[in-house]
Design a protein around this ligand. Structure first.
Ligand code: ADP
Ligand code: MG
Length: 497
């Protein structure tokens, strides 16, 4: 071997050693990164843990806050709003009734012909109209003129299958899902707008009066018989079909619950005791908070950066508006501190609310062997391509942690209500049946979430009591519920035999 050849061999060997060293270092670095990412995941998992003992504490705290909110105005984070609904539908309701549901970017109008116990819900029709964005931040007159015009069109198309009794006004149940200070069953003032609405001159005004004036301007002869929110509508709709419905829970963009309370257990109620002895309470439970809630630093950051910091803490851990963003925040941390997706942090991971709860749900339900859906979502939404199966599995685990915590906390909230009602135990051997009417897109579409909620509630109640409860999906309970409440609060009711 000549000198040159020896030299080349030495250089080759040196290069090989260097390359091997690089590979080892890279492996060490990437295994170090992986370990760091797993550390972040493990810590998040531990902080989110909601074992049965903790859930019992949350449920007890919920019951305590319910008492406090019923005792005095402002006595608790839970508003425990008196709804003036003291009679729920019985099934005897008869006649033609309308409902209007306003609570988001669309509103729905519905008409239903009720036929009493035998006829039940006869014919039913509805239409959905989107609200032009400029009207969401305009004046009260503009918004309600628009709604009244669409409502008048819908009434104008009423067919022969519907009958309003001669000489009677048409009556409407109005579902208005924004914060309202209720002043009677058919009046209430707007406290504030949410969900992208901002109509300053309507704040402090009676929303029923605003709608009624607009209907008059448009020549529509109709009376608002009941003003409710979606939770009350769901309770009423549920009760119509099942007499044992005493709780309603909404799990959609936001979350809320309503239930039937004994009127004499409401110290802050100074009015006459209703004949029924009962009163429906709108809890506004999204604003619940407790030191027992498993809050993480990611939840705290989400809250601080939200439009309503310090408010709706329970909602921010449970509802559809937020679950996706919690997952995004943890992924962002893993990308930043453990280079989970490579040397650079994918820019889309920094965009708030880019990952939505329906996406989390789709990834969580992915059953394909290579987690194809997860791969697609990561690529399409976050711009992260070529993810390994190992990485995808971690993403699914994250979705599972966030959804499981939300579902378990919602179950604890329901247990809190059942405790307040005395329905969490079997008294005197009497098996009292409790039906919980559920609605909202999160509950309806996120199967793993709703299954976990149901299993957890049954686990909390124990086998015997679990056998007495039913969780029912009240599909569009709130639309029909408002029409039913218009019927049970009709101005013509006294004249009926
Ligand atoms: P809202 O609460 O606005 O009245 P919905 O009850 O229809 O409306 O709920 C819509 C919400 O439900 C969405 O904002 C979303 O968070 C959640 N959602 C809808 N579809 C799904 C899904 N497939 N998986 C999980 N969550 C969903
Ligand atoms: Mg809704």
């Amino acid at each position: 071997m000549g000198k040159v050849a020896v030299g080349a061999a030495v250089v080759c060997a040196a290069t090989a050693v260097a390359v091997a060293a690089l590979v080892v270092r890279h492996r060490m670095r990437s295994s170090g990164r992986w370990a760091r990412a797993m550390g972040i995941l493990r810590e998040f998992d531990e902080k989110c843990a909601a074992p049965i003992g903790k859930l019992r504490q949350v449920a007890d705290a919920m019951t305590v806050e319910m008492h406090a909110g019923l005792a005095s105005e402002g006595g608790s984070k839970l508003k425990m709003i008196i709804t003036f609904v003291d009679t729920l539908p019985t099934g005897d309701e008869k006649g033609l009734f309308y409902a209007l549901d306003l609570g988001g970017t669309n509103f729905r109008v519905l008409r239903v012909q009720l036929g009493g116990k035998e006829g039940r819900v006869g014919k039913q029709e509805f239409t959905e109209v989107s609200i032009p964005p400029r009207l969401m931040t305009g004046t009260s007159d503009e918004l309600f003129d628009y709604i009244a015009t669409e409502l008048a069109k819908f009434v104008g198309a009423e067919g022969e299958d519907f009958h309003v009794s001669v000489g009677r006004q048409r009556e409407l149940g109005f579902t208005f899902s924004f914060p309202v200070k209720q002043t009677s069953i058919s009046s209430g003032t707007v406290i504030k707008w949410t969900k992208g609405f901002s109509i300053d001159d309507a704040v402090g005004e009676d929303v029923v009066a605003e709608l009624t004036k607009a209907m008059e301007r448009k020549g529509l002869d109709m009376r608002v018989a009941a003003l409710v929110n979606d939770t009350i509508g769901t309770l009423a709709g549920g009760r119509y079909y099942d007499n044992d419905v005493t709780i309603a829970v909404i799990l959609g963009t936001g979350t809320n619950a309503a239930y039937v309370e004994r009127a004499h257990a409401i110290p802050k109620w100074h009015g006459l005791l209703p004949k029924s002895g009962e009163m429906v309470i709108n809890m506004e439970w999204g604003n619940f908070r407790s030191s027992h809630l498993p809050i993480t630093e990611y939840d705290q950051a989400l809250d601080v950066e939200s439009l309503n910091p310090g408010e709706q803490i329970f909602e921010k851990m449970i509802s559809g508006m937020y679950l996706g963003d919690i997952v995004r925040r943890v992924l962002h941390r893993m990308a930043e501190e453990a280079a989970f997706f490579g040397d650079t942090v994918p820019p889309n991971l920094k965009v708030p609310f880019i990952l939505r709860t329906p996406d989390v749900s789709a990834m969580h339900h992915d059953t394909s062997p290579d987690l194809r859906v997860v791969g697609c979502k990561l690529k399409d939404i976050l711009g992260i391509s070529n993810t390994s199966l190992k990485i995808r599995k971690v993403v699914v685990k994250l979705c599972d942690i966030v959804a499981t915590r939300g579902a378990r906390l919602a179950a604890a909230g329901i247990l809190g209500i059942m405790k307040k009602q005395g329905r969490d135990t079997i008294r005197d051997g009497e098996k009292q049946r409790t039906v919980i009417a559920m609605d909202g897109g999160l509950f309806e579409h996120y199967t793993k979430f709703s299954q976990c909620l149901e299993i957890t509630l049954k686990e909390l109640l124990g086998e015997e009591v679990a056998g007495t409860i039913v969780i029912k999906h009240a599909n569009d309970g709130s639309g029909i519920g408002a029409a039913l409440l218009a019927a049970s609060h009709s101005q013509y009711l006294e004249y009926e035999s």
